[in-house]
Design a protein around this ligand. Sequence first.
Ligand code: ATP
Ligand code: MG
Length: 379
Amino acid sequence: MINPVARAALALRERRRAPDLGQIMSALPVPVVLLDADNRFRFANPAAEQFLGISVAGLSQLRLRDLVPEDNPLFLLVDQVRKGDATVSDHDLSVDSPRLNKQGMTVQGSPLPEEPGAVLLVLQDASAARALDRQLAFRGAARSVTGMAAILAHEVKNPLSGIRGAAQLLETSVDAQDRELAVLIRDEADRIRALVDRMEIFGEKPIARTAVNIHRVLEHVRKLAQSGFAPHIRFHENYDPSLPSVWGNRDQLVQVILNLVKNAAEAATQEEQPNPEITLVTGFQHGMRLAVPGTTTRLDVPLLVVVRDNGPGIPDDIRPHLFEPFVSTKTTGSGLGLALVAKIIGDHVGLIEVDSRPGRTDFRLHLPVVADEEAEPGI
Ligand SMILES: Nc1ncnc2c1ncn2[C@@H]1O[C@H](COP(=O)(O)OP(=O)(O)OP(=O)(O)O)[C@@H](O)[C@H]1O
Ligand SMILES: [Mg+2]
């Protein structure tokens, strides 16, 4: 153990050879960019390169207006920083331009005392934080339906099979007109049975996990879709073949992707869209960590899966309730698909985010990977 005087001496020595500002900024995990008085990018740290999807070399050729439309409130913020010579922050800022698409960012701008006109911008993607909020809210909602689902499944199944059996018997012994009614009873009983089966997953069972190759899951679902409910849709794949395996339950992950692809197919085939398309993307993203519920452990969730469609986008009024059960805008929908997806992803200690506007809806999954896996091909 080091004594306090020695520690102070060490600290003093450290201070004398303190790293320069550039080094400190480069090490920051938060995206930071510096604009000069002409709104040219003078500096960007690696986190900002990743956030903006542009290299420092690329950025140094650009002005702010090359990335952000000039009527965007970000320009107002930069002006306010220069005029007021003080820090200004803005929440829920969105940029929608050919080079940059960010929704709900938080941006903080500060002047640099020794560089007149320069503005330091600290950027933060709020969508992850908001998604987390929604997911946590969902966990509460899911718990309240958990008990109900278990009781329903248990209590409804037995009498239901009795009703179904009786209807089937009737079918053989009544005249043609009544037979139609008997068939109706059987079909409706089957529908309730299917609904109850889907609700059973809301029970609190621990999941059995193995190493799952996410590309095999995606390809399996794509084939199911193309030979079943989405034969008319064009699929695009943009996979990162070097990805490690997901630490998860293969069948449940198939259910997740299937529900997302089914929703995407239903959205993309609405009449206004003549060329329905679904894009499946995988990638690796550093820096996303989640708390494991009920423990102090934090888990990295670096594996990213995106299911994208070019449909009309998610209606505004249902966005806040998207992951709650029984929320649906479809005449034949049960509204359980996304509730199920959120429940499974929550059980995997993963995260789901949504970015949606007309013509482009992204459902993004962040999942944990198998630690220390022998390198194996990802596709
Ligand atoms: N990709 C998407 N584009 C536009 N809206 C979507 C998309 N995915 C989901 N939604 C909206 O979210 C609602 C809820 O979706 P969810 O999958 O939970 O239920 P559903 O699809 O209506 O019914 P179910 O999945 O049970 O058959 C949908 O009714 C739809 O309005
Ligand atoms: Mg659905």
